[in-house]
Write a protein that binds this ligand. Structure first.
Ligand code: SF4
Ligand code: SF4
Length: 191
């Protein structure tokens, strides 16, 4: 089953298949996505600037070419055997951070197997709406990242300073982009 929580750029798509993921117990969190410029802006706009700086200081997030990269860790089981690598924010019961601190991909991405399991091939309405929302978000965040990357190259040719002011600028940029998109993304708007 696919379940959709429509909330514009903060929309979430859930699949019951994730609880028994065919890729293994860590599912998608074995390969965490980047926290890209638009994700950082979204997290800041939801009150997470201090949290981002704390995670950077602690090493769970580090600067990359397109934003921040999430640390991957190799936990051990109770017998000391190495378990498969996974996102540093993954715990025994799944993600340990709230949706407003995650990359948007963590909130909206589900794989083709999940859509098939949710009945997309037979036209299940929730699965079809989930696919529309998923595709709209891929498109939206992709465009925002290109626009923000160009503005960052222009404003900080040697790379951004990664301080509170820069994060707050990204937060304001996210709000500007999200308000511009609000009326043009019907697949993400609750009826
Ligand atoms: S989206 Fe697909 S690969 Fe990812 S956790 Fe769910 S079932 Fe597994
Ligand atoms: S932030 Fe959470 S949902 Fe995203 S990859 Fe890490 S553990 Fe998974």
């Amino acid at each position: 089953m696919i379940r959709l929580e429509l909330a514009g750029a903060n929309t979430r798509v859930h699949s019951t298949l994730c609880g028994a993921c065919p890729q293994g117990p860590t599912g998608c969190c074995a390969s965490p996505p980047g926290v890209e410029w638009s994700d950082i802006g979204r997290i800041v706009s939801l009150g997470g600037a201090g949290w981002l700086l704390e995670q950077m200081a602690g090493g769970s997030l580090r600067p990359g070419q397109r934003g921040l990269l999430m640390l991957r860790v190799e936990p051990r089981d109770s017998d000391g055997r190495a378990l498969p690598k996974r996102c540093a924010f993954h715990g025994h019961e799944g993600c340990t951070i709230p949706p407003e601190r995650r990359a948007a991909t963590c909130n909206y991405y589900v794989c083709d197997d999940a859509f098939a399991h949710g009945g997309e091939p037979s036209g299940n309405p929730e699965a079809l709406a989930g696919r529309r929302a998923h595709d709209a978000l891929v498109d939206l965040y992709g465009r925002w990242d290109l626009e923000l990357a160009a503005r960052i190259r222009e404003g900080w040719p040697d790379g951004p300073p990664w301080n509170q002011d820069f994060l707050e600028w990204l937060g304001r940029e996210h709000e500007r982009l999200a308000s511009r998109a609000a009326s043009t993304a019907p697949a993400l708007t609750p009826r």
